[in-house]
Design a binder for this molecule. Structure first.
Ligand code: PG9
Length: 628
């Protein structure tokens, strides 16, 4: 009997040559703790948008948190393939999950699963958009549909999103659906020319071109062109102008590249898209929390500008809030315990999301939730590393702020101090050679290396401080802490032997020679507020003007906002240079009508003089707050 059993069980075995891919498979038991649905949500013009809805099993009476994205809703709603909703949704969503929210991601029209046509940061219906469709109407129609068709919702919707997704949040505020109860635009792209993704003060940001290639060459996921070099500094230099680079990789055929190249100045094309101006002109009704990282390497301008534009309508501090964290671009959604070499007091991003952002949303979205204790402005003061609840932003400015800014002057002998220059040499000079532009990070420059790109604004500036084409001014070690809270203003007096020039001004915190607790920070030159200005726009951002050669001209522009304390024993440093490559395209230094199309012969060496003399005293007006 034992033998028969053995034989029959051997017979029941799967033959070794049975094909291993079955014709059909029964689905395994559903062990997920969530439900995921994909729906095509109809817009008013009949176009349907691909929308992913994720919620814990058994959800009832829950608020909806909506994100509208050009970055693939299906992927955004699937960090990992997992039966657990926490592992499935993005890291930044964990507190929404804990509170039982319904999470919705939607592809914007024309991208990934959505129908319709894609227009990059589609302008609002109006002078640049002759249709009646924009992101305001698409958000409105989506919220209308969700509140009517998702039975598990309590009918209240919030919107959240960073960068481009922050831009779509801002757009939803232009004509908000009544069910949109609260919004948190993070690192929102607000003005592509003044200081966000495409340009900073007229200087063009070269990574825009591969981004446009990846985003607009196909409807789904596109690839940035293969550069063919290890060191992008080398590759971009060889390509010549931005126009030359675009042509080399076929990016000049893309409509958005053409639009950029046709609008190098701050003309009506950009002015009509300035989200801060547009939103500021509308009636504010949705409680909005603007969130930004102090070292946002992509959209460092927009969130402050949008907050400032909306603030006049919020006398009672009920609708408009600002949060400044010690973060990189979109860093609020990840681990905020450090940025590059700079460490903070634990995971500042999670702390903020859990203790401030979630209660803010809950107040407006969850039935019966308590009123949150949201300060008008919450800002992490770096240097001292502590959160501050502030009544307004900025705390210090030229006039009308709680404190008044104070100029720190360039002085003879490469010194920096609060006394205006009286004597000594009138200027320092350097030769700016477009054939050898100053790199923005040490070479080899790997533009796609996230470990370099994300923290680069706090990176150590020692790698260029001794270059002959970088001027470096520094104070003595500070006898007392210097507290800044606002936007430093550059007031530069400079002359060039060329007829156009870029001016890069970098405000830097120099650490003491030795830092026993973190030795690699000894003498570290940490970027605090740094930006570029294209000289041709000194008199008008809209109309470029050649610079008269060898004539002292004044260049005035704002650096990014800071909330930082230069601690006792640290030194304040200012560096000045005329290129920042390959993040910014090179200024040929000979005036040409459109720098995008500069020819190799247009690039000339120029002698730059930076003045520190009475009557032409270059300075940075620092938003100083006296220590209390
Ligand atoms: N900074 C990116 C972007 C925003 C808007 C337009 C183009 C690029 C982003 O991270 O989405």
């Amino acid at each position: 009997a034992a033998l028969t059993l053995l034989i029959s069980s051997a017979l029941a075995q799967t033959p070794p040559m049975a094909p291993d891919i079955p014709a059909s498979l029964a689905a395994p038991a559903d062990n997920a703790d969530y439900v995921k649905k994909v729906v095509m949500v109809p817009m008013r013009d009949g176009v349907k948008l691909y929308t992913v809805i994720v919620m814990p099993k058994g959800t009832k009476n829950a608020p909806i948190m909506l994100t509208r994205t050009p970055y693939n809703a299906a992927r955004r709603a699937q960090r990992n393939a997992s039966p657990s909703i926490r592992a499935t949704l993005p890291q930044g969503d964990e507190t929404f999950i804990d509170e039982g929210y319904i999470r919705v991601f939607q592809d914007v029209r024309g991208k990934y699963g959505s129908e319709g046509e894609y227009v990059m940061t589609r302008p609002l219906s109006g002078p640049l958009n002759n249709t009646r469709i924009d992101h305001a109407t698409d958000a409105w129609d989506t919220i209308e549909w969700l509140t009517k068709n998702v039975p598990e919702t309590n009918g209240k919707v919030g919107m959240v999103g960073s960068s481009y997704e922050g831009f779509t949040v801002m757009m939803a505020l232009m004509d908000p659906h009544p069910a949109l109860k609260a919004a948190a635009p993070m690192s929102a792209m607000v003005d592509g020319w003044r200081g966000d993704d495409w340009f900073h003060n007229g200087a063009f940001r070269m990574p825009s071109l591969p981004y446009i290639g990846g985003q607009t060459s196909v409807k789904g996921r596109g690839e940035a062109p293969a550069s063919g070099v290890y060191d992008d500094y080398e590759g971009l230099l060889r390509a010549g102008s931005a126009g030359g680079y675009a042509k080399k990789f076929g990016l000049d055929q893309l409509p958005y590249t053409k639009k950029l190249f046709e609008h190098p100045a701050y003309d009506s094309y950009w002015q009509h898209q300035a989200i801060d101006k547009l939103v500021g002109a509308r009636k504010l009704s949705v409680p909005t929390m603007h969130i930004v990282g102090q070292w946002d390497q992509e959209d460092i301008y927009g969130p402050y500008a949008a907050y400032a534009a909306m603030e006049p309508q919020d006398k009672d501090n009920k609708l408009n809030f600002l949060v400044i964290g010690p973060w990189r671009h979109s860093g609020v959604n990840y681990d905020g315990s450090s940025l590059g070499a700079i460490k903070f007091t634990g995971d500042t991003a999670l702390e903020f999301r859990r203790n401030v952002m979630q209660p803010f949303f809950n107040q407006y979205l969850k039935d019966g939730a308590p009123v949150a204790d949201t300060p008008p402005v919450l800002s992490y003061q770096t240097g001292t590393n502590r959160w501050q609840r502030l009544s307004a932003w900025p705390q210090s400015c030229a006039s009308g702020c709680p404190a008044a800014s104070k100029a720190i002057y360039l002085q003879d002998g490469y010194k920096l101090g609060f006394d205006a220059p009286k004597a000594g040499a009138a200027y320092d000079e350097y030769v700016s050679d477009p054939a050898k532009p100053v790199p923005f990070v040490p070479r080899p420059v790997r533009m796609h290396d996230e470990n370099v790109w994300k923290p680069w604004l706090v990176s150590d500036q020692r790698f260029v401080s001794d270059r002959p084409d970088v001027l470096t001014y520094v104070t003595e070690p500070l006898a007392a802490p210097l507290q800044l809270s606002g936007q430093p203003m550059v007031n530069l007096y400079a002359a060039t032997s060329g007829t156009d020039a870029d001016w890069v001004v970098k405000l830097i915190d120099v650490y003491p020679d030795e830092m026993a607790s973190q030795p690699e920070l000894g003498g570290y030159q940490q970027g605090i507020a740094m930006d570029i200005f294209r000289g041709r726009y000194r008199n008008s951002l809209e109309h470029a003007e050649a610079i008269p050669a060898n004539k002292v001209e004044r260049y005035r522009y704002a650096l990014p906002n800071v909330n930082h304390v230069f601690l006792k024993g640290h030194r304040v440093m200012v560096q000045i240079q005329s290129s920042w490559f390959p993040l910014y395209d090179r200024n040929p230094q000979r005036f040409v009508p459109n720098i995008f199309h500069a020819q190799p012969s247009d690039y000339i060496k120029a002698t730059q003089r930076i003045y520190h003399a009475p009557g032409s005293a270059s300075a940075i007006e620092l938003p100083v707050v006296e220590a209390r």
